[in-house]
Design a binder for this molecule. Structure first.
Ligand code: PMP
Length: 398
């Protein structure tokens, strides 16, 4: 039976990474894969994480099963981080949550839950969106529809077109919104736009599904959660998927959370029972180590302060690189206005060059980014900035 299978092409980002690793150029630059890198090009283990692991080594008493939702302690702390400890939805006990294997696990289990609620509902996603959204959501059986979002010509959001498209959605459809640091564009809704989208969704009976994989890497932990917190005040029902991969640096520990907000406590309990049974039939229970680290950090004021301090430094490094890149491009005499890079958030922006120019950067300068010209800004550093901008100058003037 297996002899008839056809090989699946490798994910373009992973094959790009393999090419980068095999490249021996002394100035090679990886701006492809979406992981945070420090000035030395490393993806470090945060100090608070190391300390939490250290403590766990002596305090952990058992490796026995937890529950399909993970531990209560983790979920309580995660809810406070995302919604803010005194959010009315938490006070009213309208929120249930489950720790999941990463943000991907949260998105997939959210999609499984939604599909179980209504098999006919569709999910609207931004054009473009993170490449794994469609497989994760469609894999659960949801039909995907796209709404225009990023305008490659203006380097901003096509907001009118986005609203016009969402006017076509039917009551009960789900709308996937990026909580902050839109991947791949870095272009985020401002507060006024969040309110306008919320007005439209409320009027049409649409249900928000927010993917917030980068809380704390845009403007700050609370600022980045503005959209989620505002929607949870206004909507009786919504879903939120979050990830500790980037903001706690727990990528391979697979730690994320799915939150279901329901109209009241009783409905939240029932929704939770549905979700937990879906989890049971997929992977039974989430991995515990990453969640234990997060729990240890968030339950301790000192470790929380250390984590927030380091997270702020990461965020400020990215913002600094954005400013330096714009200034260096302007100083190089390259034609065109790249100031948009400075106005965007998180690790990614589209540089706005052609696939052929992306290819040339790779071939001639060993600079790796994906064909759409989405680049990971955190992949740059003080040492590589000049090399990158001079290569870009060459390629754009060719
Ligand atoms: N959503 C978005 C938009 C992402 O960029 C990512 C990570 N690249 C995720 C979700 C999920 O990440 P993970 O499963 O690694 O936590």
């Amino acid at each position: 039976m297996f002899e008839q299978l056809k090989p699946v092409p490798q994910d373009p980002i992973l094959s790009l990474l393999a090419d980068y690793r095999a490249d021996t150029h002394p100035h090679k630059l990886d701006l492809g894969i979406g992981v945070y890198k420090d000035e030395q090009g490393n993806t470090p283990i945060m100090r608070a994480v190391k300390e939490a692991e250290h403590r766990l080594l002596t305090t952990e008493k058992s490796k026995s099963y937890t529950t399909p939702a993970g531990t209560d302690e983790y979920n309580q702390l995660a809810r406070a981080l995302v919604f803010g400890a005194d959010h009315a939805a938490l006070r009213d006990q309208r929120v249930v949550s489950a720790q999941t294997p990463g943000g991907c696990g949260a998105l997939r289990m959210g999609a499984e839950f939604l599909h179980g609620c209504n098999q006919k509902s569709r999910v609207w996603v931004s054009l473009p969106t993170w490449a794994n959204h469609a497989p994760l959501l469609a894999g659960a059986g949801l039909e995907i529809v796209e709404y225009p979002y990023y305008d490659y010509a203006t380097h901003g959001i096509q907001f009118e077109a986005m609203l016009e498209a969402l006017e076509q959605a039917s009551a009960g459809d789900f709308v996937l919104l990026h909580g902050c640091c839109h991947n791949p564009s870095g272009a985020d809704l401002n507060r006024e736009q969040w309110h306008a989208v919320a007005d439209l969704m409320a009027r049409k009976g649409l249900i928000p599904f927010v993917d917030m994989a980068y809380q704390g890497l845009g403007n700050g932990l609370d600022q980045d959660a503005f959209g989620v917190r505002m929607l949870a005040e206004r909507f009786p029902e919504m879903l939120v998927a979050t990830s500790c991969s980037k903001n706690v640096g727990l990528y391979r520990e697979r730690t994320g959370t799915l939150f279901i907000v329901a109209a009241n406590r009783a409905e939240a309990q029932t929704a939770g029972s549905q979700l937990f049974s879906k989890i049971r039939s997929h992977y039974s229970m989430p991995p515990a180590h990453g969640a234990a680290i997060v729990e240890t950090i968030l339950a301790d004021a000192g470790l929380t302060a250390s984590w927030e301090y380091e997270l702020a430094a990461m965020r400020e490094r990215i913002q600094g690189l954005r400013q330096q890149l714009v200034a260096a491009i302007a100083a190089s005499g390259i034609d065109g206005d790249f100031a948009f890079i400075q106005q965007q958030f998180g690790m990614f922006s589209f540089l706005g060059i052609t696939p052929l120019q992306v290819e040339q950067l790779r071939q001639d300068y060993s600079i790796y980014m994906i064909n759409s010209s989405r680049m990971n800004i955190a992949g740059l550093n003080q040492g590589s900035m000049d090399y990158f901008v001079s290569a870009l100058t060459e390629v754009l003037s060719a």
